[in-house]
Ligand binder design. Structure first.
Ligand SMILES: Nc1nc2c(c(=O)[nH]1)N=C([C@H](O)[C@H](O)COP(=O)(O)OP(=O)(O)OP(=O)(O)O)CN2
Ligand SMILES: [Zn+2]
Length: 153
């Protein structure tokens, strides 16, 4: 069984080497869709009976490990030195430094790696993260899926 939880957040970014407007500082209302696989829990009488994982628990884990850190942050590539220096000059600014340019593809891959470690099978129902879909705009998104290059099987 596959289940998916969607969350949204706001963040700033730029793609410094882009040959068009994405090299300028700008922001997005990002959305992230987290897809988990697992067996339906059948233990009678427990809160999670009939579920793969409680959607509120999926949200709590995603917020704690990722979304609260990226929300209202500026996502900056570590090699984007002038921008990084500027952001670090701002007192108490929420900046997230990434080791790849903050494209939708790289953000999806980074999110997958963070979330993969966070979702643990607590009920013996073979819970595991299958896919992270990262929307940069309503029309543009990237999928990081288990088994793709850079993601373990
Ligand atoms: N493969 C990718 N291509 C682009 C990315 C990306 O992350 N991966 N990112 C951008 C820009 O950051 C930009 O924010 C996207 O802008 P745009 O192409 O204009 O997308 P919109 O949905 O705003 O376009 P509309 O035509 O206004 O719908 C560029 N490319
Ligand atoms: Zn953008």
């Amino acid at each position: 069984m596959l289940i998916t939880r969607r969350l949204e957040f706001d963040a700033g970014h730029r793609i410094p080497s882009h040959n068009s407007q994405c090299r300028h500082l700008h922001g997005h209302r990002y959305a992230i869709e987290i897809t988990l696989s697992g067996d339906i829990i059948t233990d009678a009488g427990i809160s999670e009976q009939g579920m793969v994982m409680d959607y509120s628990e999926i949200k709590r884990i995603a917020n704690t490990t990722l979304v609260d850190k990226w929300d209202h942050a500026f996502l900056v590539y570590s090699e984007d030195v002038r921008l990084l220096e500027f952001l670090q000059s701002l007192e108490d600014h929420k900046t997230v430094v990434l080791d790849t340019p903050p494209t939708a593809e790289n953000l999806a891959l980074t999110a997958f790696r963070v979330l993969d470690a966070a979702y643990q099978d607590s009920y013996g129902n073979h819970l595991r993260l299958e896919q992270v879909r990262l929307f940069e705009t309503p029309n543009c998104w990237a999928d990081a899926r288990r088994g793709q290059s850079g993601i373990s099987e």
